[in-house]
Design a protein around this ligand. Structure first.
Ligand code: HEM
Ligand code: SF4
Ligand code: SF4
Length: 511
């Protein structure tokens, strides 16, 4: 199922990439788009509230006035409110499916998933109470169906559906409750959205500017072309015959026609429970967390700045060394991506092999081991130029392995300290180095692509030294695109062929 979903998303992404390019691909910005739509809904909602009459008798008329008399302002705001809400459902569901397909919920990454599940409920509560406030035929249908459905739960002493039997039993009470819910549910949802990203350093809550502007223009055009309108006013003495549904929010109501209310609750609670346990089913293999080697940690804080999962804290020194602080790993948050290792200035291969222990290391993937692999990679392989590919586990770059091309795989390309590129080239272990990461703007470990590029460009410590010939370096973010990746390698190889030959590996490094 995961694999099938992954294939579907990969195809859709490839299609969208034509129009949007990799960076602006909406499918890799779904979480950020969710935030964006939320703010549009909140802003337009506040505006509408100014003109909305919160009493049941005048609610419908006040909305009609906004829609028709003030179509150029409140009318547009109403349409924006509706269409951004619909878009929020779509992006939240796509985001859920995509994160699932990419397996970004397992093991220690469970937190965002677990807080995302109740978010779904809140989105629907906000939407349904919103439709209720219009108090038209659709709202009447929702009011009656929802209260009858709620009455199938064993929580309410008196049937709440009695409030909507006919116009004489109708009171403002329940309607006012809905107004409150429609205001407080989004506030609580905002709190959950904040909680949702608490384990993410520098969470992407804003879509790229061009995408944001394009989306706003699309919503505005849609609002002008198809303004949101109400149906006829509610009349409890007449059962609505036909109502047009908003399927994004109200798709559950037709189900009540075929499934008894109690069973539908069971089904929804069951689906929620299944979703909630997905991060642990089947149990994930959890790699051991990064470990700080205090004797090599100088407290520079680069690992703290680069960890995408807020798993590192800088605390006062505990070992009496002259530095003020030391790095401490929160093992509950650490997903073993190794990005901190790539950030650590002590993770350099330019030292005697016996002395190589970095300030922070992955227990299952040491810097000394990486150095040994680098030195062994192209040794004795025929064919020139010799290319050394440092790849991430999610890049599917193993297929590049061939005579003259070695591949060293690590959890994330950003685990590679830039000094290794210098080392491989200056010590003659390779004629060219290629970095093969997963996807630009969509790194499996969130920020690996950004940090890698900044380190190479000299914009972030530890940066790649100026002396490294950039023409001997290729970078590709092409997971799932083996042909294009191979093409990048072939082009790189022909570029290398046109360059002057490299000196041979220094024997002293082979020790
Ligand atoms: C209002 C709806 C939602 C919004 C606005 C939202 C927003 C976000 C944002 C901004 C991120 C961080 C992206 C990044 O910086 O890398 C994120 C990550 C994530 N979200 Fe959501 N989300 C929503 C709903 C959901 C739902 C319903 C689920 C699933 C049940 C979910 C599961 C996840 C997962 C698994 C991650 C990635 C965690 C990781 O990288 O470790 N989200 N979301
Ligand atoms: S391995 Fe990754 S998640 Fe763990 S501390 Fe290092 S950067 Fe953070
Ligand atoms: S990057 Fe290395 S030296 Fe700097 S604080 Fe982290 S572990 Fe210590």
């Amino acid at each position: 199922m995961k694999r099938a979903l992954r294939t579907i998303f990969a195809r859709a992404e490839a299609l969208l990439e034509w129009g949007f390019g990799q960076r602006l691909n909406p499918l890799s910005c779904l979480g950020a788009l969710g935030w964006y739509f939320f703010w549009i809904v909140a802003g337009s909602g506040i505006y509408l509230y100014i003109f909305f009459d919160t009493g049941i008798t005048n609610a419908h008329a006040s909305i009609e006035a906004m829609t028709h008399e003030q179509w150029y302002a409140a009318g547009i705001m109403r349409s924006l409110h509706r269409y951004a809400s619909d878009a929020l459902v779509v992006v939240a569901l796509l985001h859920l499916l995509r994160e699932y397909s990419l397996d970004r919920l397992r093991g220690k990454r469970f937190f965002a998933w677990l807080t995302g599940v109740p978010l779904l409920w809140f989105i629907y509560v906000c939407g349904i109470t919103g439709y209720w406030l219009v108090w038209d035929k659709l709202a009447q249908m929702i009011a009656v169906a929802t209260t009858e459905w709620l009455d199938t739960l064993p929580f309410f002493g008196e049937p709440i559906a009695n409030n909507f039997l006919n116009s004489s039993t109708l009171s403002d009470r329940f309607f006012t409750l809905m107004v409150f819910m429609h205001i407080f549910a989004p506030l609580f949802m905002l709190f959950l959205m904040w909680l949702h990203i608490q384990r993410h350093a520098q969470a992407r809550v804003n879509p790229p500017r061009e995408l944001a502007i394009g989306t706003a223009v699309m919503l505005l055009l849609l609002s002008l072309a198809y303004p949101a309108v109400s149906q006829a006013p509610a009349d409890l003495d007449v059962v609505p015959a036909n109502v047009a549904l908003d399927w994004y929010y109200l798709g559950v109501y037709p189900l009540l026609e075929v499934i008894p209310g109690g069973q539908l609750w069971l089904l929804l609670f069951g689906v929620t429970a299944v979703l909630a346990v997905l991060p642990w089913v089947p149990p994930a293999k959890i790699a051991p967390a990064a470990v700080v080697n205090l004797e090599n940690c100088n407290g520079c804080g680069r690992c703290f700045q680069d960890c995408p999962f807020s798993a590192i804290t800088m605390l006062p020194r505990s070992d009496g060394m002259a530095y003020a602080v030391e790095a401490v790993v929160n093992t509950d948050n650490c997903v073993s991506c190794g990005i901190c290792v790539g950030a650590c200035p002590t993770a350099t291969p330019f030292r005697r092999a016996t002395a190589i222990v970095a300030g922070i290391e992955l227990p299952e993937f040491s810097i000394a081991g990486l150095r040994a692999q680098t030195m062994a990679a192209n040794a004795g392989e025929p064919g020139t130029p010799r290319v050394l590919v440092y790849a991430c586990e999610h890049s599917e770059a193993e297929s590049l392995r061939a005579p003259g091309t070695s591949v060293i795989t690590m959890p994330c390309v950003a685990m590679l300290p830039p000094a290794f590129i210098d080392f491989a080239l200056s010590r003659g272990h390779a004629d060219g180095v290629m970095l093969a990461g997963c996807a630009q703007g969509d790194c499996h470990y969130r920020l690996g692509d950004v940090w890698t590029q900044q380190r190479i460009d000299g914009a972030r410590d530890p940066y790649l030294r100026q002396r490294v010939a950039r023409e001997r370096l290729a970078i590709s973010w092409l997971a799932g695109k083996p042909k294009r990746r191979q093409q990048v390698l072939d082009e790189f190889r022909s570029r290398l062929r046109s360059l002057p030959p490299r000196s041979k590996t220094r024997q002293s490094d082979r020790a």
